[in-house]
Structures are given as structure tokens and as C-alpha cells.
Design a protein. Sequence first.
Length: 120
Amino acid sequence: MKLIDTLIFSLCAIGLVYFIFDRIKYSNIEIYRDKLEKLNELRRTIAAIESDNKHVEKIIKSMNADTFYDDELYDDELTDKLINYRDNEVKLENLKKEQRKIELYVRRAGKYINNRHHWI
């Protein structure tokens, strides 16, 4: 019985220490506000990139394969748009990963921040 009691007590103590460090990590309101601002900025950037990608996709769909190599259609602006379209896919993937991490932080910190105001 002593072994089981010791094991249960140690698990409770470890859980309590984890909770305390978790609360300290997520209860800083300054970092929370900075993360919210960063999240809003990421959402705007992602929306702008997706909008730009949709525009380029429409251009690609409207182009005829036979006229693609025509010198009149093949200008530097189109080339830049196509290169940016390809690069935006990688950038968009990285931005969405960062957005998920920040959303997770905001969700977890929101519990502590919202409860903190009830104590004041």
C-alpha cells in the first residue's frame, strides 16, 4: 500500500508543479496581447496571399496553352506573378503553421487571462 500511496502522491505533486509552471507561462498579459496582435497580422497576411493566389490562378486558367509562348503575353510582369505564386505556396504553408502555434497559445492563455480578471 505504501508504494501505491507514494506513487499517487508523486503524480499529484508533479501535476501541481506542471500546473504552476503552465500558469506562469500563460498568464503574462503583455505576451498575450503581443500574440493577439501577431495573430491578427498573420491572418491579414494570409488573406492577402490567398487573394493574390486566386487572382493568379484566374490568370493561369484564362490563358490558352497555345498562346502562352507568344511574346505579347509572355512579359516580365506575368513572369514575376508566376514566380511569386510558386513562392507564396511555401510562404503560406509556413505562415499557417505559425498561425496554428499562436492560436494554440492564445487559446491556452485565454483560460488563465480571463480567470485572472475575476480575481482583481
